[in-house]
Design a protein. Structure first.
Length: 130
């Protein structure tokens, strides 16, 4: 389980809220795994996680554009790479080719938390210096 706290703040309420929703979707997914949910349920939980991730990335990209963040290109690539990895999990889970494991969940959790703390924080620093 992952809990949002101020360490994840990027000094923008809308984005902080989106990150919290992302954590909730991730926690729901983890909870499904913990409770041995059916493949069908896990499919729905990963759909939800992918949906929140895409929605958030799209909004964040608009925000970075709006503030003229110079590192946007690299940031977009990071988002794209993650989406393609998670979409690969998504289809494998649905086809029954991948058993959702703690490793899968941890990969997603570590990526998201690292990304917020290292990448997302960069536009927060940029805005603060503007
Ligand atoms: Fe983000
Ligand atoms: Fe990001």
């Amino acid at each position: 389980m992952i809990q949002w706290n101020n360490e994840f703040s990027v000094n923008n309420d809308a984005i902080d809220n989106e990150h919290q929703s992302l954590f909730t979707a991730l926690n729901d997914f983890y909870e499904g795994l913990r409770q041995n949910a059916s493949r069908d349920s896990m499919g729905k939980l990963i759909d939800n996680l992918v949906f929140y991730t895409k929605t958030h990335f799209a909004n964040e990209e608009i925000y970075m554009q709006k503030i003229g963040f110079p590192g946007i290109e690299n940031h977009l690539n990071e988002h794209r790479e993650f989406i393609s990895k998670v979409e690969a999990f998504q289809s494998k889970i649905k086809e029954g080719k991948l058993l959702v494991s703690v490793e899968v969940t941890n990969f997603i959790k570590n990526w998201i938390t690292n990304h917020i703390k290292t990448q997302d924080k960069q536009y927060a620093v940029f805005v603060a210096q503007k």
